[in-house]
Design a protein around this ligand. Structure first.
Ligand SMILES: *Cc1c(COP(=O)(O)O)cnc(C)c1O
Length: 219
């Protein structure tokens, strides 16, 4: 059995029920995705539109593709025809472009709003207040379902800091979910290779794991 298969099986066995696993395959060759697929994985995450489109053409039809990276508005139309979830909506402009392309294709698209909780300035996303204001402004959209939130904690060994950030995200998620009883708002995507265990303890419903499954990326 290959390393990827072993890693996936061990990881899955350790996950509580109700936590979905996105295998983050960015920068890995399609052979790596094929091994994960053979081991039963159907949910994959990619961070570049072009790479996603290419790999989609090389993988079986029943893979569900999540987009998790920074997305330029002019790339939206390349992924909207097939993407299962866009996790990284970090501006109103991007959200409205997704709605426009989804309307054009008459295809419903699910998205998550990315929330900035980390200390690093370089990370993307709305502050909690910006997120509340956005949802007040747009309410619900005809073709784009805002299905929850995504966030990344600070890259640090300080477990208390990571936990605090995940807790902030979970509290915002619970608050917004309470305000939106009419629409399914049930995905809280938080946790990566180095912090997914903390994320799960703090109420994550979806983890995005790359390195821990596929090994180090070669950029
Ligand atoms: C790359 C990436 C991941 C996976 O990171 P690992 O540390 O390899 O598990 C998760 N989420 C996002 C948004 C990413 O860009």
């Amino acid at each position: 059995m290959g390393t990827i298969t072993n890693n996936l099986q061990a990881l899955r066995a350790s996950l509580p029920e109700g936590v979905a696993l996105v295998a983050v395959s960015k920068f890995h060759p399609v052979e790596a995705l094929q091994e994960a697929y053979a081991a039963g994985q159907r949910l994959f995450g990619e961070s570049r539109a072009q790479e996603l489109v290419k790999k989609r053409g090389e993988m079986p039809e029943d893979v569900a593709w999540h987009f998790i990276g920074p997305l330029q508005s002019n790339k939206v139309k390349e992924i909207v025809p097939f993407v299962s979830l866009i996790q990284s909506v970090d501006s109103e402009k991007l959200l409205l472009e997704i709605e426009k392309q989804a309307a054009r294709l008459e295809r419903p698209v699910r998205v998550l709003l990315e929330i900035h909780v980390a200390r690093e300035e370089t990370k993307h996303g709305f502050t909690p207040d910006e997120c509340r204001a956005l949802l007040d402004r747009v309410g619900s959209l005809p073709h784009t379902q805002i299905a929850g939130l995504m966030g990344m904690a600070t890259l640090t060994d300080d477990e208390a800091e990571i936990r605090r950030e995940f807790r902030t995200l979970r509290a915002l998620f619970d608050e917004l979910r309470g305000n939106r009883p009419a629409t399914p708002f049930d995905i809280l995507s938080m946790g990566m290779s180095h912090d997914y265990q903390i994320a799960i303890e703090e109420g994550s419903t979806m983890i995005r794991v790359g390195t821990h499954i596929f090994g180090e990326r070669e950029y």
